[in-house]
Write a protein that binds this ligand. Structure first.
Ligand SMILES: Cc1cc2nc3c(=O)[nH]c(=O)nc-3n(C[C@H](O)[C@H](O)[C@H](O)COP(=O)(O)O)c2cc1C
Length: 168
């Protein structure tokens, strides 16, 4: 059986709330829960399929704990991994950098050979620019608590169904 993990910071509020929703859709034995603030290259590498929660901070940058892990990621061969990214962002507050963190992380992971899954349509969002864009899609799931929290539940459950079929 493929080993699957969800990795996010246990200290982040909104990213953590989305993680809880995602976890509800899996059986406990299907998904290991890992704190991004304690991640090592060895732990990361021990999974075949990974869901990563990556918010955008500092006007288009990764949160510190993910940024600090980038050098370790750049030492890994991720050629056998499938990775799904979800990102928190604020499309009205940061319209030129909406969920840029997801795009930044996607570029690093793909550079190491990972296959990304869980792309979603940009329909229903209003922003000016995003590093997470791939044509008419985001390279993951975009969740915006500040402006569209009523859509979170529906967006997360549709995405979980999608990644379940794209994984394994
Ligand atoms: C100082 C600051 C900078 C931010 N920069 C961005 C940004 O560049 N792009 C974006 O989409 N969201 C940005 N945000 C919004 C956060 O990503 C959003 O509030 C997110 O829900 C935070 O999730 P967390 O509480 O789980 O870390 C920023 C928020 C703050 C407070």
């Amino acid at each position: 059986m493929k080993k699957t993990a969800i990795i996010y910071s246990f200290n982040t509020k909104k990213t953590g709330k989305v993680a809880e929703r995602i976890l509800e859709a899996f059986k406990p034995e299907e998904l290991e829960v890992i704190n991004a603030e304690e991640i090592t290259g060895e732990i990361f590498n021990s999974f075949d399929q990974i869901i990563m929660g990556v918010a955008t901070w500092f006007d288009g940058e990764l949160p510190n704990f993910w940024d600090e892990f980038v050098p370790d990621l750049e030492d890994l061969d991720l050629g056998d991994k499938k990775i799904a990214l979800y990102g928190l962002g604020d499309q009205k507050g940061y319209p030129e950098n909406f969920i840029d963190g997801v795009g930044l992380m996607a570029e690093i992971l793909e550079g190491q050979g990972a296959s990304l899954v869980g792309f979603t349509s940009i329909e229903g969002y209003e922003f000016e620019g995003s590093r997470a864009l791939r044509g008419e899609q985001f390279v993951g799931l975009a969740i915006d608590y500040e402006n569209q929290s009523s859509m979170n539940k529906e967006r997360v459950s549709a995405w979980v169904e999608q990644i379940k079929s794209e994984f394994s």
